[in-house]
Write a protein that binds this ligand. Sequence first.
Ligand code: SF4
Ligand code: ZN
Length: 318
Amino acid sequence: MESDKQSSGLCAKCGKPAAITLRYMPADLCQSHFVRLFEARVKRTVRQHRMLKKGERIAVGLSGGKDSCVMLHMLHKISQSLPIELHAITIDEGIEGYRSRTLEIAKEQCSRLGVPLTVVSFREEFQSTLDGLLEAKGAARACTYCGVMRRHLLNKYARELGADKIAIGHNADDVAQTVMMNLMRNEPERLGRFGLTSGAVDDEAFVKRIKPLFTTPERDVAAYAVMKGIQIEFAECPYAKNAFRQYIRKMLNEIEGKYPGTKLRVVRAFLEQSRLMLDGARYRIEKAGSFAKIGRCKSCGEPSSGKTCSLCLLLERG
Ligand code: SF4
Ligand code: ZN
């Protein structure tokens, strides 16, 4: 598993000077062969997992960070040959000194590609910015609040736009981190819901999610953005340092350094597990004669597996 192959400094495809070393393959590639590999891999992932269909309207979750910008760029590229309609949604959580910069990038990317953009803010939707909310709740739980609130808004606005799917810019590193976090927290049902394509829940109030970059390592996304001149912001959210995810990220990066390809193996293992879980769910659904329907939150009316949804529980509503 451990790779001892020395980098030759030359592209494995054409012998020109290499621009990048992909240790997980392992291979050195020049810029043009790396770009080709990158684009082919994303398109293959989209095709293999039947993420897009002709004529669909896709809501693109666009934070303005490198992953979502590269995803928008790829979906736009795909839309040249497969007619799909793109509409970006950016959530402004209200994070001082961070979100305003990425918001600008999101707007610029959309106007460059001619993709309409809807900006939704926590301040308008929840009468408070994330910063404001955390003054009372404490910064340690920033990502819990942020994640639940953002997911709720993305789903709600995508549904209102009549979107068939929401595209999320999670890369292979994000997926591997989430898998490890869920294992360590023993939250299998969360992992079940995390699905990379559509899950076993079929409910019209839930817009299905797709993750076109889930087989692409984060480092490749950054390299592609630089090579293609896609404007990216490397600044990190100020709350990220508090997150459990950061420990997992560091740990996975260390393991990857010693055993290249580990993150992609975690992603593949998760995919296999999900397939088995989904098969099990389909079997139960077939026996029951219909898809599992989930209920509605008694406070806000959004879909919820319990009486009150996780957003209303967090915000102590209802
Ligand atoms: Fe939200 Fe946490 Fe991401 Fe910051 S790091 S944007 S608080 S989820
Ligand atoms: Zn609710």
